[in-house]
Design a protein around this ligand. Structure first.
Ligand SMILES: [Zn+2]
Ligand SMILES: [Zn+2]
Length: 349
């Protein structure tokens, strides 16, 4: 089968013929129909996942088939698999957990000590086929397209989890820094929860889409100080909650600076950078800073419902589609922000 693998950091993915992965007894083989390209894939390409400061137990080996947002059709099921059959349309939950460590037992699967993910610790979606644990594979309704299903696996699931972690409620004011794929979905989810949303980005086109998807206020951080603007719109107090979707030092610091006393900041964007926040700024203002990684397994059926009933519009944020042979073009589009990319999907033929 054809697959796109990363062989070494800072290089293009190599589209090559490899063995179709075997199907173990508890796995299903999926003919992949769509796989989303995430900002995380660019970080992996840059070698950031080979050694992550401050995090132990994560190990990524190369070569690797990248791609953690995966949808497709079940091709074959392992001998002990029940509930899935050949021909089922499915989405793959990319997060891999051991089920037996301290964190899995206490129900905090995203903190699993042996955590991994398809497209990171195991081969992912930029290939014609993939073998995935049946417990990670969920059927999708006919009304949800393959591209939508694919990007749901992270670009919707992660902000969905963040909404829960920040407990975004009716009447809350929330600032969202970075309204690309995940951020645009965060805007939609916050809106559904009845929050007043402030979208911040440096690209006018993304702010336009955020507005279309329900952002109440938009600020271009390229020509406005977003913290000042947000304070001006909140009687000088700041917002109740802020989500940082970029993974940048400056944007994390802005997110912390724009919340009110007692406010909560969720970090969703990832990088190996550090940020600088005053100890007393956190102490005296009673701030909470939460890392919002991954999602919980029970979120998937709920998200499918939101997409199937049109409450969440994922089609609007899919801006580019490329066949597997042109996967590197997809990466380039996202990295160099060519043609205002929101979500790029790879469609193995
Ligand atoms: Zn991702
Ligand atoms: Zn575990």
């Amino acid at each position: 089968m054809k697959a796109a693998r990363l062989h070494k950091p800072h290089s293009e993915l190599k589209v090559e013929e490899i063995e179709r992965p075997p199907v173990r007894h508890n796995e299903v083989s999926v003919r992949i129909k769509s796989a989303g390209v995430c900002g995380t894939d660019l970080h992996i390409q840059d070698g950031e996942f080979l050694e992550v400061p401050g995090v132990v137990g994560f190990h990524m080996e190369l070569p690797r088939v990248l791609g953690h947002e995966i949808s497709g059709v079940v091709e074959e099921v392992g001998s002990s698999v029940t509930g899935l059959k050949k021909g089922d349309r499915v989405v793959v939950d990319p997060i891999l957990t051991c089920g037996v460590c301290y964190y899995c037992i206490i129900g905090e699967r995203t903190m699993c000590e042996n955590r991994g993910a398809y497209g990171e610790s195991r081969d992912g979606g930029f290939a014609q086929y993939g073998s995935f644990l049946a417990s990670n594979v969920h059927r999708i309704p006919d009304s949800v397209g393959f591209d939508e299903a694919a990007i749901m696996a992270d670009s919707l699931a992660t902000p969905f989890h963040a909404m829960n972690l920040l407990d975004v409620k009716l009447g809350d004011k929330i600032a969202i820094f970075g309204v690309g794929g995940l951020g645009a979905n965060a805007v939609q989810l916050a809106k559904l929860r009845g929050a007043v949303t402030f979208a911040v980005d440096i690209l006018e086109e993304k702010l336009k889409v955020a507005k279309e998807l329900g952002a109440d206020f938009t600020f271009n951080a390229g020509n406005t100080d977003p913290v000042k603007a947000i304070k001006e719109h909140t009687d000088g107090r700041g917002v109740d909650k802020a989500l940082e979707m970029v993974g940048g030092k400056a944007t994390v610091e802005q997110a912390v600076a724009c919340v009110r006393r007692g406010g909560k900041v969720g970090i969703v964007g990832g990088s190996n950078e550090s940020f600088c926040v005053g100890i007393r700024q956190v102490l005296w203002n009673g701030l909470t800073i939460v890392g919002c990684y991954g999602s919980m397994v029970e979120h998937l059926p709920r998200m499918l419902e939101l997409v199937a009933t049109g409450r969440i519009n994922l089609r609007r944020i899919i801006t580019h589609r490329f066949p597997l042979d042109r996967v590197n073009e997809g990466f380039r589009v996202l990295r160099q922000k060519i043609g205002n990319p929101m979500r790029v999907v790879i469609v193995p033929e």
